[in-house]
Ligand binder design. Structure first.
Ligand SMILES: [Zn+2]
Length: 242
């Protein structure tokens, strides 16, 4: 994040400079950036999940997950509801685009904040890792073909619904085992449930994986996910252990 971005935010909202440490501003931007999927998940997939649309998703609106998210930020950063709104209004654009080109740096900084997720996120079902399918619409071409209409209405017709969420454990190399959350979605048209790593038709006996390559987190049991770096570490240890 460039200092000019912070300067613009402070210029627009002097309360930030007079009330908050620079460290809090960085944490806010990192947390928002890390939780983009969490924030944008409240929006239907047929709308653009750009930050201008999210501008209306602030405390006081009727969108359910955002107050939860803001409560997490308030609690984790130790700031008031009013300051959370001001930070959101001033820095949302910067935070939303922070990850571009800086994924590993953001990941390192957010992993250092794991205690915040454990202490303040867990009560709100906000975890450091929330595994979701990589799509929010049905991938079956035949299912897609059966829905007629404009692109917009077709997309609306293919929206996955009926989310099913549960707590899980993520095994990571940097942090060890930590609480996580997993959510799957269902397509009513073709009776397929979409999980974070794969999808399964209601009458199928096999899974279809999304990725040709190993996903970042591999679901090894219903409630357990293993980071690819842990898998690689095991493979290396097996090679050199004798
Ligand atoms: Zn479908």
């Amino acid at each position: 994040m460039l200092l000019s971005h912070v300067h613009q935010a402070i210029t627009a909202a002097p309360e930030i400079a007079t009330t908050l440490d620079f460290e809090v501003i960085i944490k806010f931007a990192d947390l928002v950036c890390w939780m983009k999927d969490e924030i944008s998940s409240v929006q239907p997939p047929h709308t653009d999940c750009d930050v201008s649309r999210l501008a209306s998703l602030v405390p006081g609106t009727n969108v359910p997950v955002v107050p939860t998210f803001c409560n997490f930020l308030m609690s984790a950063l130790g700031i008031t509801d009013e300051l959370t709104k001001i930070l959101w209004a001033s820095l949302k654009d910067v935070a939303w685009n922070l990850q571009l080109g800086h994924e590993s740096a953001v990941k390192r900084r957010v992993q250092a904040l794991v205690e915040l997720f454990l202490q303040h996120g867990y009560p709100h079902n906000i975890m450091l890792y929330h595994f979701r399918p990589p799509t929010r619409t049905c991938l079956d071409p035949q299912c897609a073909h059966s829905a007629r209409g404009t692109d917009h209405t077709q997309l609306q017709a293919h929206e996955l619904g009926e989310p099913s969420s549960f707590n899980a454990t993520a095994f990571t190399r940097a942090l060890g085992p930590i609480p996580a959350r997993s959510t799957s979605f269902y397509c009513r048209r073709c009776h397929t449930r979409y999980y974070p790593n794969y999808y399964v038709h209601a009458q199928a006996t096999t899974r279809t994986y999304y990725h040709k390559q190993t996903p970042k987190f591999l679901q090894i049991a219903e409630h357990f996910f293993v980071e690819d770096e842990v898998c690689e570490m095991f493979a290396s240890l097996m090679c050199v252990s004798w």
